[in-house]
Write a protein that binds this ligand. Structure first.
Ligand code: GDP
Ligand code: MG
Length: 693
């Protein structure tokens, strides 16, 4: 008994002249008939194709460059796909001109149709010296890619097999879509939500994300379908907002992003043996993403960014320090000199000391964000991630993870926020976990204190370099281990978008910079304020009885008070545990303080050694001498090591909680890193003591 043939509908889409008609003929032979699409005089060709027990109805859609509502052809092709729901859409791509031809594919991808790409004209492509990594391309685009030569009937069976396979796994879900960048995604999300609520019928039929995109693109056909005023108003507002930020029509920016997606996919999968450079963007990319030049150029740019950040940032930082100094003195002036009123101490030592100490870094942070915003908006950051992609893949991460890790050298807070660019959750969690191993700016203050205290001039530079390097190496190893264990899962290949370079608008840069700066300020105003107060209280209470302080100098009294306080007692309590690392209770006390903010370690140690006086620089000098007298260089090194690896500051933990939406991960990071720090420091100290002394 003969099987009843399974029926499937296949629509052929493609740019004009990509060879659609040839492929159509190749598939259907003579079994075809020509008509018109209902109501218009656009030719509709249909034909039959029997293969492996399937009966396929093949429809030759009108040739189009995209699927907008601007031309009748595009509208017809789009309507056919939406209304008739073909089982498979075959996009005929002129593979000698992929980048331009794939634009249509991006729109088919967005419509979530079961897609097969026929890389037609593969003979021409070969002549032009193009070599495709078909396997990878197909993974990146999540569609079968089949090379064909339409006019010579090559690739028929391959294409048909792919069509059947794709039809059979209908309903599979794409793991990623084209990302449109923070601003557009934000508007898309809110429109999608609104459509889901107020135009649920439309959302059902077209898919909310696709509708939202079309609305932002001001697609006439879709706009007229909208009934609800709220949605119409929201769309208009979103468009105006985006126009304002980008200084360009949202449509144009969206198209740019699609080209960026294609460009990224092609950069990774297409090699040209002949130089075929089209425009300036390509020319710049030829240099900037070059295998040999790419990395040095990137490192140089980063060096310039950090250099600029710190050299320009020093001035406003100095002004802020002066301001907070003045503020502290002015407030202290409300009490008689030498007064020990608790409110004075809270305001001056606790709040202004704690919060002010963090706000003085604001200029640096704003400058760093400004530089990053410029690099991002101009399109360079995408290239940087692209260059690092290969290396990052080796440790199971995505090239994009590199950007937040880089920001981590400034401060972990924005870095953890920056992991939002990672779509894959496992990747994102891994990156968040290792970010604190990137030595942040606050830790630099610790190194700046300790290195000159223990190491001769010629070893200072290498020491600093070594500490940073240890952090990076540990991050690399930890990431790899995490990816192999708790954050297991294959790295789904992502297209690294390479949007064309564009002149960033002043406004969007300022907005980007300000958004991040504001987060930082808010943190200083809430979390850090709270912690400063708690820490101050824990350092001030309980107070020893006045009689026990009699006869002591002011400095000795201060030390006595600290030892008596909660923090001091905690320091003593943990002393047995940290002894094997070479630390005493004084260091323990400072380490507890450092969990509030790493730079607190320095001020805390200053108080413990009772040298934190009004004359800061002289105080530091003496503190160094004190450290030198009390500890060995090995202990000094171990302190740095421990501060580098151990628990991130509380603000970082809070940020991890916020971004992972789980206390579990925040605690895992906090205690995981502390344990790691303990183990490593233990080994280094014990081995070091054996070998050196
Ligand atoms: P359509 O506009 O997409 O329907 O394209 P056609 O099928 O009419 O083809 C346009 C031109 O490209 C014709 O001259 C074809 O002979 C030629 N052509 C189609 N496929 C190939 C191919 O794979 N290689 C080469 N070299 N030429 C092709
Ligand atoms: Mg044709």
């Amino acid at each position: 008994m003969a099987d009843i043939p399974k029926k499937i509908t296949v629509a052929l889409a493609g740019n004009p002249n990509s060879g659609k008609t040839c492929i159509f003929n190749m598939l259907t032979g003579t079994r075809q008939h020509v008509g018109n699409y209902p109501g218009v005089t656009v030719e509709k060709k249909e034909g039959l194709c029997r293969y492996r027990g399937y009966e396929m109805t093949v429809v030759d859609l009108p040739g189009t460059y995209g699927l907008t509502a601007f031309s009748t052809e595009e509208l017809i092709a789009r309507r056919f796909i939406i209304e008739e729901k073909p089982d498979v859409v075959v996009d005929i791509v002129d593979s000698s001109n992929v980048e331009r031809n794939l634009y249509l594919a991006t729109q088919l991808i967005e419509m979530e149709v079961p897609l097969v790409l026929a890389f037609n004209m593969s003979d021409v492509a070969e002549q032009n010296g193009l070599v495709f990594d078909i396997g990878q391309l197909s993974q990146l685009l999540e569609a079968a890619v089949i090379p064909t030569v339409g006019n010579r009937g090559k690739g028929r069976t391959g294409l048909l097999d792919a069509v059947i396979e794709t039809a059979e796994r209908a309903g599979f879900e794409r793991t990623h879509t084209i990302a449109y960048g923070e601003e557009i995604e934000h508007e898309l999300a809110s429109i999608e939500k609104l459509i889901g609520e107020k135009e649920s019928g439309l959302a059902e039929k077209y898919g909310a994300r696709w509708l939202a995109l079309k609305l932002l693109e001001q697609d006439g056909d879709i706009l007229t379908k909208l009934q609800n005023r709220d949605v119409i108003d929201a769309v208009r507002k979103s468009i105006e907002h985006l126009r304002d930020i980008f200084g360009d029509e949202p449509e144009t920016v969206i198209a740019d992003r699609r080209y960026g997606f294609i460009s990224g996919a092609c950069q990774e999968t297409i090699k040209t043996t002949v130089e075929l450079r089209h425009n300036t963007s390509d020319l710049v990319d030829a240099v900037v993403t070059n295998r040999i030049l790419g990395l040095p150029i990137f490192l140089l740019l980063m060096y310039l960014v950090f250099q600029l950040t710190f050299s320009i940032g020093t001035y406003p930082m100095g002004w802020l320090e002066i301001f907070f100094g003045w503020l502290g003195n002015t407030i202290a002036g409300f009490w008689p000199a030498g007064s020990e009123h608790w409110l004075k101490s809270l305001l001056v030592d606790g709040i202004i000391g704690g919060v002010g100490g963090v706000i003085v870094f604001l200029p640096n942070i704003l400058l760093l964000f400004l530089a990053i915003a410029i690099l991002e908006d101009s399109g360079y950051m995408a290239r940087a991630a692209f260059i690092m992609d290969r290396l990052m893949h080796k440790i199971g991460l995505h090239g994009k993870s590199f950007i937040p890790m880089l920001i981590g050298f400034g401060c972990s807070l924005p870095a953890i926020m920056g992991t939002r660019i990672l779509e894959n959750r496992q990747n994102r969690l891994t990156t968040i976990m290792v970010i604190p191993l990137m030595s942040c700016g606050a830790r630099l203050t610790i190194y700046a204190l300790l290195i000159p205290a223990f190491f001769p001039e010629r070893l200072r530079g290498p020491m600093l370099w070594l500490i940073y390097l240890i952090g990076i190496l540990l991050a690399v190893v930890s990431a790899k281990v995490l990816r192999l264990t708790i954050f297991k899962g294959e790295t789904t290949p992502f297209v690294m978008e390479l949007p064309p370079y564009r002149m960033p608008t002043f406004k969007s840069i300022l907005i980007h910079m300000w958004q991040r700066g504001w987060m930082y300020l808010r943190k200083a105003g809430t979390v850090i304020l709270g912690i400063s107060i708690i820490l101050w209280a824990a350092m001030s209470w309980p107070r020893p009885h006045d009689t026990s302080l009699a006869g002591l100098t002011a400095e000795q009294a201060q030390q006595q008070k600290l030892a008596y306080s909660i923090v001091g007692r905690l320091g003593r309590a943990i002393e047995p545990a940290i002894r094997p690392l070479g630390f005493d209770w004084k260091i323990g006390t400072a380490l507890i303080g450092a969990t509030a903010a790493k730079e607190v370690f320095v001020s805390q140690l200053g108080i413990v050694y009772a040298v934190g006086g009004p004359d800061e620089s002289a105080g530091r000098h003496t503190l160094r001498e004190q450290l030198q007298a009390n500890y060995t260089p090995l202990t000094g090194f171990c302190i740095m090591l421990f501060c580098l690896i151990s628990a991130p500051c509380v603000a970082t933990a809070a940020m991890t909680r916020q971004e992972t939406n789980s206390w579990g991960w925040a605690l895992f990071q906090f205690f995981g890193l502390t344990t790691l720090a303990y183990v490593i420091t233990f080994i280094v100290y014990q081995l070091g003591s054996l070998l050196l002394y």
